[in-house]
Design a protein around this ligand. Structure first.
Ligand SMILES: Nc1ncnc2c1ncn2[C@@H]1O[C@H](COP(=O)(O)OP(=O)(O)OP(=O)(O)O)[C@@H](O)[C@H]1O
Ligand SMILES: [Mg+2]
Length: 378
């Protein structure tokens, strides 16, 4: 997957922009509020995903303009292709000149992984964000997973309603048996998928972390499920049926507790992904640079898994990752990520002084300097 040309008009603070990126590393450098993240956001929209910022479609249109237009030429599946997205303010999409009706139909056109400052809170936030990290990627990898997740959430809501209402109508408790069976079946499938995914992700991310930290610390990521007892470990050899049984047993065991609290205390909706460095949880003991490196390793690991599934490396978009990283880690990002085309923003020219091969663009008030062609580094 290679983006060969990007043209934007009236997108956020960018009136007109034409960019011819390089095939490897592309650095977009500029002072604060110049439009670097806006450009990354436009690139991300080509993947078909929602913006990584909480935003409404109308906000993409430059103040005072009527519509925003994003065009790209890219090479994928051994051929040149085009994609076009217009917000006016409703979204319309074209792929190779043909109208695309839904986001689902467009999904998978351009594969990508993004790291934005919002990901920095991954360890400071609760487990919800860490589950989301796995789920976002699993939804890209297995479209069926989306419906299992949504069915699970529906049954969970019903079970919680029964738990709350049963305080006043105890006959409702008979319905728990039905919900527990359904929840265990759907949850068993979710847990198994996540356990296997985390195991594959751990292998990739640990390798990347090793390179990034020059082997100084040992990275380990593991899926922690509330369905098991505290000291039990999730085994990837367990089948969906095994997990469904474990989950069912846990639901029965916690029924009285759940009834008292009016909610379901165990299951994939309460699970977590734990990351340790030299066996110490990063969440409690990691420095800022270590936490950032762990998140980056997880994201780059995700890119590797996505690349293997799609048969070509995805785009990697790294918004503002370089600060807080020492020069060994920065050099690794600039020169060792591998096959993917990378777009990377930063404010300080010093941060990419170790770049061996790539293109450097300067963003100033929504304009890319250098006639849109970028300034190749000697
Ligand atoms: N719809 C819009 N129309 C015009 N300007 C907009 C629109 N949406 C956002 N902007 C402006 O775009 C500017 C640049 O934003 P952006 O987040 O891309 O900056 P940045 O270069 O990434 O800065 P930083 O280094 O601080 O992250 C902001 O000042 C914002 O007000
Ligand atoms: Mg920014």
């Amino acid at each position: 997957m290679i983006l060969k040309k990007i043209e934007l008009s009236d997108f956020r603070n960018i009136e007109n922009l034409s960019m011819t990126p390089g095939e490897k590393v592309n650095i977009i450098c500029g002072e604060n509020a110049q439009g670097k993240t806006n450009l990354m956001e436009a690139l991300w929209l080509f993947t078909g995903a929602k913006s990584f910022r909480q935003t409404k479609d109308a906000e993409f249109i430059r103040f005072g303009a009527k519509r925003a237009k994003l065009c790209s030429e890219f090479y994928s599946e051994h051929r040149d292709q085009t994609a076009e997205i217009v917000f006016s303010p409703n979204k319309s999409m074209k792929k190779n000149g043909i109208d695309i009706k839904s986001s689902q139909e467009y999904a998978g056109t351009i594969g990508g992984v993004v790291f934005s400052p919002s990901h920095m809170n991954l360890f400071r936030d609760g487990p919800k964000e860490r589950r989301k990290l796995a789920d976002t990627s699993l939804c890209q990898l297995y479209p069926k997973y989306i419906s299992v997740l949504s069915d699970y959430n529906k049954v969970l809501l019903q079970r919680n309603t029964v738990l709350k209402d049963a305080k006043y109508h105890s006959s409702l408790l008979d319905m728990l048996e039905v919900y527990d069976e359904q929840l265990a079946r759907l949850g068993g499938s979710i847990i198994r998928t996540r356990v296997n995914y985390c195991e594959s992700l751990n292998k990739k991310a640990a390798e990347i972390y090793k390179g990034m930290s020059a082997g100084r610390e040992e990275f380990f990521a593991e899926y922690k499920t509330t369905v098991l007892d505290e000291f039990e470990h999730a085994e990837s050899s367990m089948s969906t049926a095994d997990w469904a049984q474990k989950f069912y047993d846990a639901l029965v065991k916690t029924r009285n507790y759940d009834f008292e609290h009016g909610s379901t205390s165990v299951g994939p909706h309460r699970d977590d992904i734990e990351v340790t460095l030299d066996k110490m949880p990063v969440r409690s003991f990691g420095s800022q640079g270590q936490q950032r490196s762990c998140i980056l390793s997880l994201k780059l690991g995700e890119a590797k898994l996505l690349g293997e599934a799609m048969g070509e490396p995805p785009l990697i978009l790294l918004d503002d990752v370089m600060s807080e990283l020492d020069s060994i880690r920065r050099d690794y990002i600039l020169n060792s990520i591998g096959e993917s085309q990378i777009f990377l923003t930063c404010c300080d020219k010093e941060l990419f002084s170790g770049l061996e091969d790539g293109k450097v663009f300067i963003m100033e008030k929504g304009n890319l300097l250098g006639g849109g062609g970028g300034i190749a580094k000697q």
